[in-house]
Ligand binder design. Structure first.
Ligand code: NAI
Length: 544
């Protein structure tokens, strides 16, 4: 007799081995092999999860590139989810560059070529009118997070259309790898609206809609249908917008942030990690945020997002909006933003304060006397020695963040910042620079990476099930991150927590965010007596 399902409802035989959520491979016990009709389908040995993980590590060592490791790990996830997370969670910082940035960028570029098997959902523009029906095809009903991208701006790679699916997949894997959010709760979605790049539309192996993206009006109508369908099919699900074209991202976040449970990590998560670094720097300097004068070098979407959250954080500490905005200035490719400039968007104009026009950054620093200089210009080497020295003349410990990436776009390197400031600069970058030694002292520069923030936002949201995620949640996350930077890391110039035990860090941050959600009436579940152990009890553990 052939078994098709067991008395406990489990699939049997090959069906069980083909289900990545249930498959244990060689770890099925002799009793399970008998009960589920697996006898003869597996080799004799019965192995532990640790032994299986040891084999996976061996396979990974044999691979000659991170892209090959990525393809192998995704294949493992398709076969055995528990083993995948056992491996990835054993050392998230080792695997993060493989399952996410930078390898995922290469994987997205080649997505149609390295494609093996479907994962997540593809909701394309030609499904308009019945998106809810399509979402009902997803086999899991209790979906708590959807990470959704159009592929419209993948990392720094521009529009990759459907190839961008690697991003929602990878980002949600980090919810689990860094913060132990149960993977079943997460659904990656690629909203396929077409692709602006003709070369990818012409690639025979391209997997998405071969059309140019629709007008803004059409896109917004489609997104609206999608957002409403999520409310209907997965009530209480958080929509995480990721890597949309900048203008779409800003417009849609503004439209939905007060209406549904959603956030945008590119905008809010990024601003939060920069605020986290700034908060640590100010704790070291023993100064208040409300006393800072902040100059952004670059006035694009990053500057607007970060400036906006810093302004809200200043308002939380007592300043009026006008006073808070008044302490933030910006400088772009055409010089200082000031009222005589006629080319500014409304979101830039609020930082255009009365000042003489200026084209030279060092001179603008002398005039404005900033305490904090934040580089988001996309132009490498622009924080020259005179610029760093101008900051040092005004401040004992100047805060200098050179955030543009990749590496060659950083406004200055860590070594330059520490050398030119004689070790005084409180420095962070958008990339990981190596340690730098100045006058016999070794500095360990920090990388402003969102992975300190969004997995914790995810874990807090999973636990507290809030109605909304507000900007203030991201301010709480930033403060929690800053409070976890140990004294010895601070002494080495590091402005972010250790990466060594990222799960413990995320739990502490998530606890603070959840506390805030309860305090402000955002949470929809009953407040537990103690939040941290309550969250810990919900963590996903990669065990059979
Ligand atoms: P964007 O293209 O929207 O804005 C760039 C801005 O820099 C524009 O205002 C432009 O006028 C200005 N600019 C260009 N050349 C300049 C020059 N020679 N002098 C002065 N200003 C100049 O770019 P976006 O999205 O704002 O990103 C900027 C950079 O920040 C990127 O390299 C991005 O990777 C990086 N970034 C890093 C983050 C992190 O480390 N966590 C977070 C967000 C952005």
């Amino acid at each position: 007799m052939t078994l098709t399902s067991s008395s406990d409802g489990m699939p049997t035989g090959g069906k069980l081995l083909d289900d990545p959520r249930l498959n244990k491979g060689t770890a099925f016990t002799p009793e399970e092999r008998e009960r589920y009709g697996l006898q003869g389908l597996l080799p004799h040995a019965v192995e532990s999860l640790d032994r299986q993980a040891e084999r996976v590590m061996g396979h990974l060592e044999q691979k000659t590139s991170d892209l090959e490791r990525y393809v192998y790990l995704i294949g493992l996830l398709d076969r055995n989810e528990t083993l995948f997370y056992r491996v990835v969670m054993s050392d998230p910082m080792r695997f993060l560059p493989i399952v996410y940035d930078p390898t995922v960028g290469e994987a997205c570029i080649k997505f149609g070529h390295i494609y093996r098997r479907t994962r997540g959902m593809y909701v394309s523009h030609d499904m308009k009118g019945h998106v809810a029906e399509v979402l009902r095809n997803w086999p899991v009903k209790d979906v708590r997070f959807i990470c959704v991208s159009t592929g419209g701006r993948i990392l720094g790679l521009g529009d990759l259309g459907t190839n961008g699916m690697g991003i929602p997949i990878g980002k949600l894997q980090l919810y689990t790898a860094c913060a132990a959010v149960p993977p079943d709760a997460c659904l990656p979605i690629l909203l396929d609206i077409g692709i602006s790049r003709a070369d990818l539309r012409a690639d025979p192996l391209y997997l998405g809609l071969r059309q140019v993206p629709p007008s803004t009006e059409e896109l917004d109508a489609f997104v609206d249908e999608f957002v409403q369908a999520v409310q209907e099919v997965f009530p209480g699900c958080c929509i995480h917008f990721e890597d949309w074209k900048g203008t779409d991202a800003i417009r849609l976040l503004a439209k939905y942030t007060d209406k549904v449970l959603c956030y945008n990590d590119d905008i809010q998560g990024t601003a939060s990690i920069i605020l986290a670094g700034l908060t640590t720097a100010l704790q070291i300097k023993k100064e208040k945020l409300t006393e800072q004068r902040i100059l952004f070098f670059g006035a694009g979407s990053a500057a607007i997002g970060i400036g906006g959250l810093i302004s809200v954080a200043m308002q939380e500490k007592g300043l009026s909006k006008d006073d808070a905005d008044g302490q933030i200035s910006m400088f772009d490719v055409d010089g200082l933003l000031e009222p005589s400039r006629k080319d500014l968007s409304p979101s830039q104009a609020m930082y255009a304060h009365k000042a003489e026009p200026a084209k030279d950054l060092a001179k603008a620093i002398e005039a404005l006397k900033p305490t904090v200089l934040i580089g988001v210009s996309t132009v490498g080497g622009t924080f020259t020695q005179p610029v760093v020295e101008a900051m040092c003349k005004l401040n004992d410990r100047p805060v200098i963040f050179a955030l543009s990436n990749p590496t060659e776009k950083a406004e200055c390197t860590a070594e330059q910042a520490y050398t030119w400031s004689k070790g005084k600069a409180l420095y962070a970058a958008g990339v990981q620079f190596p340690d730098a030694t100045v006058d016999g002292k070794t500095f360990h520069p920090g990388q402003a990476n969102n992975f300190y923030i969004f997995p914790a936002i995810g874990l807090a949201t999973y636990a507290a099930r809030p109605k909304r995620i507000t900007d203030q949640c991201f301010i709480v996350a930033a403060e929690a991150s800053a409070d976890q930077v140990s004294d010895d890391l601070r002494a080495k110039g590091m402005l972010f927590p250790s990466q060594a035990n990222i799960l413990a860090t995320e739990i502490v941050t998530a606890t603070r965010i959840a506390e805030y959600m309860f305090d402000k009436g955002l949470a929809t579940v009953e407040r537990p007596a103690e939040i941290e152990p309550w969250i810990e009890a919900m963590l996903y553990k990669p065990h059979y």
